[in-house]
Ligand binder design. Structure first.
Ligand code: 5GP
Length: 141
């Protein structure tokens, strides 16, 4: 799958495949996930076609960042949930199934359904060198 190959989300944006839309502006589209982890599970996507987050333009990323908190507030208000996860998968190894950037907003009720997480941590080693290496690899905008 290349970064420019169309996906089912392009068809949804174009209106060729039905969805339950919750938001749309010039750059962003949001709709209910067809197989929700919990009630109110929303997908937020850029209209720009990019397979993964690191391939997205600054403008599309900014448009997403601008509206995400507002959409989270709407989901919380609608579902009565106070907790939620925002999940964004990149690559098949990271559980990405649809290769068009998308953010999941997943409400979590106490002991209720939602995102299940196994958070297996390691000791941080070589932090100083690692942080410096990542910093050095940040491209100019
Ligand atoms: P991923 O694993 O790629 O992060 O998640 C893809 C999400 O897209 C899944 O949660 C899946 O249920 C959702 N999805 C896949 N196809 C469709 C579709 O045709 N319509 C809607 N509304 N959601 C879809």
């Amino acid at each position: 799958m290349t970064e420019h190959e169309p996906t089912i989300f392009d068809q949804i944006i174009a209106g060729n495949i039905p969805c339950h839309r919750v938001y749309e502006d010039e750059h962003v589209f949001a709709f209910l996930d067809i197989n929700p982890l919990s009630v109110g599970h929303v997908l937020v996507i850029p209209k720009e076609r990019a397979a993964q987050l690191h391939l997205l333009s600054d403008d599309a990323a900014a448009a997403l960042g601008r509206v995400l908190p507002r959409l989270c507030r709407a989901v919380l208000k609608t579902t009565g949930s106070e907790a939620y996860n925002v999940l964004q998968n990149n690559g098949a190894d990271a559980h990405q199934a649809v290769f068009h950037v998308h953010f999941h907003i997943i409400p979590k009720l106490p002991k209720g359904p939602g995102l299940g997480l196994q958070w297996t941590t390691q000791e941080l080693e070589g932090g100083e060198d690692l942080a410096a290496a990542i910093t050095a690899n940040i491209e100019e905008s």
